[in-house]
Design a protein around this ligand. Structure first.
Ligand code: C2O
Ligand code: CU
Length: 491
């Protein structure tokens, strides 16, 4: 149930502080939408594909005429896209050529703990010192220097996953500087459907940034230690909206159906996506954890940090020449627009959206399931004002729960303000939101759920296969760095 009488507004909105750019904002809808390149394996065998990614600095022209230094996987923002098959293992050797420690996490991955990116399992740059380890200078992680291999078994259904930095206390600035990319898992169930594909299957990775006069990213890091300046503790939102790393881009489309895999990779910004003109609507076919059972139509789509929505838009409903703007209804002015589509030509289209997309187990609530409650609240962390779970700031030495494998559990997430709650290792299904059934955007398998102010969301979750230490945390990255994270152990 919603917490009655607390006076908090449960409506959508930003829980964050706007950081503005010191440069004039570029004109909208001039830059063509870039598509992140697909990563090629260096070799493959019967069971696995092996890749090598270099984490390095690069100077990119994000705003026209300005250079921005990024920390990028292969020097890119976003990083290269992994496009892999369910059941085939992906092994990625990450080489750290930066001057900061990093940690790689595959968000939504069914990953063994040793490759899941525990926040102290650092990959140090060559010659790196180990002093930058956390609030309390804690080590105790599995630290490697120069390079490390991550193994992702991809033993999961087709889904839009992503990978990003997860270093303790520094995830927000490191993702902000560029350490994020897509990891798509495909399978036969999805291949058999007549969904838009090829040139008509397009990732839209949303993020926002603010720029200094010299073109560098502005990020309000604390000068005296980890974390963000206290004014920005609510979360950092920038005034430049990027899609696939380009500001307010434009995409020419055929008058045909397109499949957009939308990822909100912003640190703290929430979006409410809408098209500025009908008749087309969004037809949602998938969520964080892959295809829905059946498509769902939406006028607008609210997407919180780290969530993914797989949306089909049918541009054949427009005349050639029509310009359609993708709006963000949570904001006005420049932040109220995201990108534009221009219907460039008529074209044949043999795609379709089947009425039945996928088969998966119904949400049934097991009698006597173990219940756990996770309370996401403001609180003090490491001697500083911050965020807590169940009253505690993140402590890598403490597991807040011991969770048996292969057992259905009902977890409830309770909030004060907006928190996009994410659980590692296993996806979940939403059972209840605010005392009612699942919300409009809660369909399918989720790994991140947008819990609104003073709300309770209950989910059904079950962990399988991998024993070890995993995380539950808020995916507002400033909240995460300000300690809104907890470890649990699967046994
Ligand atoms: Cu997307 Cu623990 O992270
Ligand atoms: Cu939060």
């Amino acid at each position: 149930a919603t917490l009655a009488g607390c006076g908090l507004d449960p409506s959508p909105g930003q829980t964050a502080e706007l950081l503005t750019s010191d440069v004039p904002l570029p004109d909208a809808f001039k830059v063509p939408l870039p598509i992140p390149p697909v990563k090629r394996p260096v070799r493959s065998d019967a069971k696995a594909d092996y890749y090598r990614v270099v984490q390095r600095k690069a100077s990119l022209e994000i705003l026209p005429g300005l250079k921005t230094e990024v920390l990028g996987y292969d020097g890119l923002l976003p990083g290269p896209t992994f496009d892999v098959r369910s059941g085939r293992t992906t092994v990625v050797e990450h080489v750290n050529q930066l001057d900061v420690p990093t940690v790689v996490h595959l968000h939504g991955g069914h990953t063994p703990a040793s490759s899941d990116g525990w926040p102290l399992d650092l990959l140090m740059p060559p010659g790196g010192h180990q002093e930058h380890t956390g609030h309390h200078g804690m080590t105790g992680g599995d630290v490697k220097t120069g390079s490390r291999s991550y193994t992702f078994p991809n033993t999961q259904r087709a889904a839009t996953l992503w990978y990003h930095d997860h270093r303790m206390d520094y995830t927000a600035p490191q993702v902000y500087r560029g350490l994020f990319g897509l990891h798509l898992v495909r399978d036969h169930e999805e291949d058999a459907l007549p969904l838009p594909a090829g040139e008509r299957e397009i990732p839209l990775v949303l993020a926002d940034r603010a720029f200094a006069a010299d073109g560098s990213f502005r990020y309000p890091a604390r000068k005296d230690g980890p974390g963000v300046e206290s004014k920005y503790m609510e979360g950092v939102i920038g005034d430049v909206l990027l899609v696939n790393g380009a500001p307010w881009p434009v995409l020419e489309v055929d008058a045909a159906r397109y499949r957009f895999r939308v990822l909100n990779a912003a640190n703290a910004r929430r979006y409410e996506l809408a098209l500025d003109r009908g008749p087309a609507k969004f037809v949602q076919i998938g969520s964080d954890g892959g295809l829905l059972a059946a498509p769902v139509e939406h006028e607008t789509v609210v997407i919180a940090p780290a969530e993914r929505f797989d949306l089909v838009v049918d541009f054949s409903q427009y005349e050639v020449g029509t310009e359609i703007t993708l709006l963000n209804k949570l904001d006005s002015g420049r932040a109220g627009e995201v990108m534009r589509f221009v219907v460039a030509r008529k074209a044949a289209d043999d795609s379709a959206i089947p009425a039945k997309l996928s088969t998966y187990a119904e949400r049934t609530e097991p009698a006597g399931a173990v219940r756990r409650q996770w309370r996401f609240r403001r609180g003090s962390a490491g001697g500083h004002e911050g965020w807590t779970i169940n009253g505690k700031p993140f402590d890598p030495q403490e597991m807040q729960a011991t969770v048996p494998l292969d057992q259905d559990e009902i977890w409830s997430f309770v909030t004060d303000v907006h928190h996009p709650v994410h659980v590692h290792l296993a996806p979940f299904q939403v059972l209840r939101r605010g005392g009612g059934g699942p919300g409009r955007y809660d369909q399918g398998w989720k790994d991140t759920v947008d819990v609104r102010p003073a709300e309770v969301v209950e989910v059904l979750i079950r962990f399988t296969a991998h024993r070890g230490k995993y995380l539950i945390h808020c995916h507002n990255l400033e909240h995460e760095d300000m300690a809104m994270m907890a470890g649990f152990e699967t046994v």
